[in-house]
Design a protein around this ligand. Structure first.
Ligand SMILES: [Zn+2]
Length: 365
């Protein structure tokens, strides 16, 4: 399976800098190829939405994600998000559960801060969430075959990198797609994949942000591709890649960096084909390494956070190995559901899906 490669290698994933990256009056191109200044598009959007804002304004525009951890926000990014937010509210396109500063910012970044283009992407996402049932998937989906799936495809979150981002690992080279499809189906695996995305957004990123004291909104991925080559691209694998690729576009800007390790000649041939389809920004996030990858990984991840089989010192012996432990700040008992709620909440009362019990929690603050 190549879920994480597809999960995180989309062209829509250009960057991981959760800090300010804005350049004043920078010329950006929209999808139609025309160019405009970013400020102009925000100003227009603000003017357009003023009337609607008066008509149906929300009580407040508070973004505690950053405020609670004392991180400076770029005023122009704030302006862009506010313009988008008001435009979405005016057209009744902003359910409270998605009223999230950083989520809107990710969409804006994915569309070079072009308001119309971002709004269209947002509309597609809303439709997809409705069709797929993504809003309630944390509550109402149980991937009961996970233990069996892990026997044939080891993957999961494990620890954090030195910047506090969650690390996602896949041992793709040892995956056995045939046996995997005996214990699950593509349909069910795709649902699990979406559920994990939702869990990362709702729980892992907030917990990592609290632990790091800065906003964390992207992850680091490691894929071990030992033995992977063209022969692995069987029909079900291609179908799964296609399905996961569609889903990825609804979670833009969530990859910081990817390390592909143990890349042999077979994978490198495959990579040469794949990379021609990637945008330069996406490609620049992906580092393809051979067998001498350990020192590179240890530059970005502390040994204690990295499994032994990748050159670190962790073995999670007490939980059946690193790929079964889901180790990370999101498992830290000192970071409570309430902390995560406060970090996530943007309105006085909203229901947020929190923590491993997969139950909705009424957050108050
Ligand atoms: Zn471990």
């Amino acid at each position: 399976m190549s879920g994480a490669i597809q999960r995180n290698s989309l062209p829509e994933f250009p960057g991981c800098d959760e800090r300010n990256t804005w350049h004043t009056d920078r010329e950006v191109s929209d999808e139609e190829g025309t160019s405009r200044t970013w400020k102009k598009s925000v100003d227009n959007a603000s003017t357009k939405t003023t009337h609607s804002r008066e008509k149906k304004s929300r009580k407040k525009t508070v973004y505690p994600d950053s405020l609670t951890i004392g991180e400076a926000q770029d005023p122009q990014e704030v302006g862009a998000v506010d313009a988008l937010r008001q435009a979405l509210i005016a057209d009744n396109l902003l359910p409270e559960i998605l009223d999230d500063y950083h989520m809107m910012l990710r969409y804006l970044k994915a569309r070079n801060f072009n308001l119309e283009s971002t709004k269209n992407m947002w509309i597609d996402m809303l439709q997809w969430r409705k069709d797929f049932g993504a809003n309630s998937i944390l509550e109402d989906y149980k991937f009961s075959e996970l233990d069996e799936v892990l026997q044939y495809f080891l993957q999961g979150y494990h620890g954090i990198d030195k910047e506090g981002r969650p690390v996602y690992i896949e041992i793709l080279g040892q995956a056995d797609p045939k046996k995997l499809m005996r214990v699950t189906t593509i349909e069910r695996y795709v649902k699990y994949y979406v559920q994990e995305y939702e869990r990362t957004l709702a729980i892992r990123f907030p917990a990592c942000s609290i632990a790091a004291g800065r906003h964390v909104a992207s992850s680091t991925t490691i894929i071990d591709v030992q033995g992977v080559g063209l022969r692995n691209l069987t029909k079900p694998v291609i179908e799964l890649i296609r399905r996961l690729q569609q889903i990825n576009s609804n979670y833009p800007e969530t990859l910081c960096q990817m390390f592909i390790v143990n890349a042999g000649p077979g994978f490198k041939m495959l990579w040469n084909m794949v990379q021609s389809f990637l945008e330069p920004k996406a490609k620049s996030k992906i580092h393809v390494l051979g067998t001498k990858f350990k020192s590179t990984l240890l530059e970005v991840i502390d040994a204690s956070e990295l499994p032994e089989f990748l050159g670190g010192s962790c073995n999670c012996a007490e939980t059946g190995g690193c790929m079964r432990s889901d180790k990370g700040p999101w498992r830290d008992p000192h970071i409570t559901k309430e902390d995560v709620c406060v970090h996530r909440n943007h309105s006085s009362k909203s229901t947020t899906l929190v923590a491993d019990h997969l139950t909705p929690v009424e957050c108050r603050h």
